[in-house]
Design a protein around this ligand. Structure first.
Ligand SMILES: Cc1ncc(COP(=O)(O)O)c(C=O)c1O
Length: 394
């Protein structure tokens, strides 16, 4: 038996008595996370089982099939990465980009810049095409850039959470096929809430998250890869320079071999299975329509209060709306007021839109007419009072 005789005394400085956890009630109407559906929370609290248990192995297959439906793809390599959306984002780049290859990133917001950073870390020759934050790319602009740089990968964001823009996808897949480059798409704020057709649009690599349109807490990063992207992975000269995200290794666990790779977060997968099951029960078209209706109700209500929306209606995301902060209002203080006094989170602006916009998310479980009414009422009653307070304090 181990003896404690020669051990040093236990340092008690960090040994404090904490109460058991209690979390304040919040309505999450920001850029994400969104509130989780109650039956997803129930699934998350089921007792864990082994990650190689035959029951769990069957559940993995179900999650993959549900994800293929949500993404409208037949891709074999469709699975949730154990990590948040950024892990799946990094997986798309880590698996197909080799050093000195050209990756062209279309940047019109914060997350385009994250793709630039990641591709650079994998030693790609990164080129960018840029648009103002609040705008989208035309097919002609993309074609000019692809023709100029001849990239191996064109990376772009379908739903820019920092700006509220939904990138039109018509023709981009064909363009990438014509120039023999892979199309990589960030679908973090579109999956489940916005029409998305991975195969039809010719998308080769896509990633998403669990905590927005899927109404599950953060922790998983759905990932999908086309047969074309798989071929590029097979042709690699060097190993994927990231062990944890190497899809060829991960597929030995998610594919038929069922070889241990890492201990899967089994409860998160219980949760996402329930979240995806709910989406499939509702039906994609119904979910997209619900998000559209509620977003339109929000836009109409905000505009009738005299507020200006940052993105033109034809490019507006239905999952996330950017509202311009009126002159003289301290946006951050209004955010804090809603959170502290009404238990509602809305987002502040990011990057070049910091201090200029609020970001209101209506995603998954939270996209309801009741939530739209609740937030509109608060803008109606609190914002004028808030403006007076700001004027008084000035
Ligand atoms: C468009 C977009 N891409 C990537 C990410 C990163 O996802 P995560 O924060 O889950 O790592 C986010 C997060 O909000 C996002 O909105």
């Amino acid at each position: 038996m181990a003896t404690t005789q020669n051990l040093p005394p236990v340092d008690q400085r960090h040994h404090k008595a904490f109460d058991s956890i209690s979390v304040p009630e919040r309505l999450l109407l920001g850029p994400g996370p969104s509130n989780a559906h109650p039956s997803v929370l129930k699934a998350l609290s089921l007792p864990p089982i082994g990650h190689l248990d035959p029951f769990y192995v069957d559940l993995m297959g179900e999650v993959q099939e549900l994800l293929r439906y949500a993404w409208q793809t037949d891709n074999r390599l469709t699975l949730p990465m154990s990590g948040t959306g950024s892990s799946a984002m990094e997986a798309t780049i880590a698996n197909v980009v080799e050093p000195n290859e050209c990756v062209l990133v279309a940047v019109n917001g914060y997350f385009g810049n994250r793709l630039v950073d990641m591709a650079g870390r994998y030693r790609a020759q990164v080129e960018t095409i840029e648009k103002p934050w609040g705008d989208a790319f035309s097919l002609e602009e993309l074609e000019l850039a692809v023709e100029q740089y001849r990239p191996s990968v064109l990376a772009m964001v379908h739903a820019e959470t920092s700006t509220g823009v939904c990138q039109p996808m018509q023709g981009i897949g064909e363009l990438c096929h014509k120039y023999d480059c892979l199309l990589l798409l960030d679908t973090v704020t579109s999956l489940g809430g916005v029409p998305l057709f991975i195969d039809e649009w010719g998308v080769d690599l896509a990633y998403s998250c669990s905590q927005k349109g899927l109404s599950c807490p953060p922790g998983l990063g759905p990932f999908t890869m086309s047969p074309r992207a798989e071929k590029k992975l097979e042709r690699r000269v060097g190993k994927v320079p990231n062990w944890y995200l190497d899809v060829s290794l991960l597929n030995k666990y998610w594919g038929s071999d069922r070889v241990y790779h890492h201990t899967a977060p089994v409860n998160m997968n219980f949760g996402i299975r329930e979240a995806l099951r709910l989406l499939s029960e509702e039906g994609l078209e119904n979910s997209w329509e619900r998000h559209k209706k509620n977003a339109e109700k929000l836009w109409e209500g905000l505009e009738s209060l005299g507020l200006k929306l940052h993105v033109s209606e034809d490019l507006r995301l239905t999952t996330l709306t950017t509202v311009q902060i009126p002159e003289g209002v301290n946006g951050k203080e209004f955010n804090l007021h809603l959170l502290n006094n009404h238990g509602i989170e809305i987002g502040a602006g990011l990057g070049s839109l910091a201090g200029k916009v609020w970001r209101i998310g209506l995603m998954g479980y939270n996209s309801t007419p009741e939530n739209v009414e609740r937030i509109l009422n608060l803008f109606k009653t609190e914002l004028p009072r808030f403006k007076e307070n700001v004027a008084c304090a000035a």
